[in-house]
Design a protein around this ligand. Structure first.
Ligand code: HEC
Length: 310
């Protein structure tokens, strides 16, 4: 029975160990197994009962053993036990970790040096510190081999993987939270499902003024490269969301459409660019040039005429 932790530590430790193992091995998705499969609660209860039963049996055995001891041995056993009960076990652990000498025993380790009355103790290095030090050596060797010899990965690749992972996480999040978009964050949607949803919204709300083919009527032509209020997904989103200039008839659609729907219909509107409507309204506004467009896309357009001139 030496160095045994008391029952009120043993039972919770074993219990939570079983609990943890169960959660680890039972595949229950994001939910805890105890919640997803109520039968496991019964299992845990059983574990708890068994643990308590074991403790009771241990106490009983101890009692029986005590009866067989002589009076003197009994007294010694009980004294030892109360000492352990008073956190003797914790003291034991601390002693193992520090291996320091008690003040009364310091005479054994005092050195002969004497500097004006200041004397030196030859204490052992505390094992917790020594093992930590060994661990750093092992770590350093592994690190050296892994990153300086084998060249596992460097800071740059680490950074890039993390950024890529974060981007993927943002994408995944945006898919679940489409209504978070606004005119600053919106991006052109190209999914067929988004465009067809946009088309439905357009046909329900917009064709009265812009025509089904975007040719324009009360509202301007949406198929030409000219925009009164600015082209590109962000401006178009903004126009649809906030409306056109006062008194022109284009209302702020944010009253009746959700941000995700505005993004869809804006993307659909932009997908009509360059199509030829039946009765196109004359161009209004300026030709929109996207300043943020990648240079590569613009380059051929400006170079091509030059080449043909030569
Ligand atoms: C009541 C008629 C009317 C309806 C309905 C309407 N619009 Fe408009 N729309 C206009 C007018 C008028 C303008 C021009 C506003 C201005 O000049 O400020 C306009 C402008 C626009 C512009 C900007 C064009 C440019 O050249 O900058 C876009 C984009 C647009 N509308 C999309 C839509 C969408 C999408 C819908 C449906 C959700 C819609 N409109 C419904 C009348 C309408």
């Amino acid at each position: 029975m030496k160095n045994m932790s008391p029952w009120w530590i043993r039972i919770p430790i074993v219990f939570f160990l079983v609990f943890g193992l169960m959660e680890y091995f039972v595949d229950s998705g994001d939910q805890l197994a105890v919640i997803k499969y109520p039968i496991t609660q019964f299992f845990l209860l059983l574990v708890l009962l068994i643990l308590i039963a074991i403790e009771i049996i241990l106490v009983a055995i101890e009692n029986v053993m005590l009866q067989t001891l002589s009076e003197e041995a009994k007294a010694r056993y009980l004294a030892k036990k109360t000492e352990e009960g008073n956190f003797g076990w914790a003291k034991g652990i601390i002693e193992k970790l520090t291996r320091s000498k008690a003040i009364e025993e310091e005479g054994e380790i005092i050195l002969d040096h004497n500097y004006d009355g200041i004397r030196e103790l030859d204490n052992r290095l505390p094992p917790w510190w020594v093992y930590l030090f060994y661990a750093t050596i092992v770590f350093a060797v592994v690190y050296l081999v892994r990153f300086h010899i084998a060249g596992d990965y460097d800071q740059k690749t680490e950074y890039e993987t993390e950024v890529a992972e974060a981007r993927a996480a943002i994408e995944a999040y945006k898919k679940t939270a489409k209504d978070l978009v606004d005119a600053n964050t919106v991006e052109l949607l190209t999914d067929a499902s988004d465009l067809s949803a946009g088309k439905t919204i357009y046909e329900t709300n917009c064709i009265a003024c812009h025509m089904a083919d975007g040719g324009g009527g009360i509202g301007p032509n949406l198929t030409d490269p000219n925009w009164i209020l600015g082209g590109g997904i962000k401006n178009v989103f903004n126009t649809i969301s906030e409306g056109g200039r006062d008194g022109k008839g284009m209302v702020a659609w944010k009253q009746s459409l959700k941000p995700a729907e505005i993004a869809q219909v804006a993307s659909y509107v932009l997908s009509m660019q360059g199509t030829t409507p039946a009765n196109p309204k004359a161009a209004e506004g300026d030709v929109w040039v996207d300043e943020n467009a990648p240079a590569a896309e613009e380059a051929p357009a400006t170079e091509a005429p030059e080449a043909s001139v030569e």
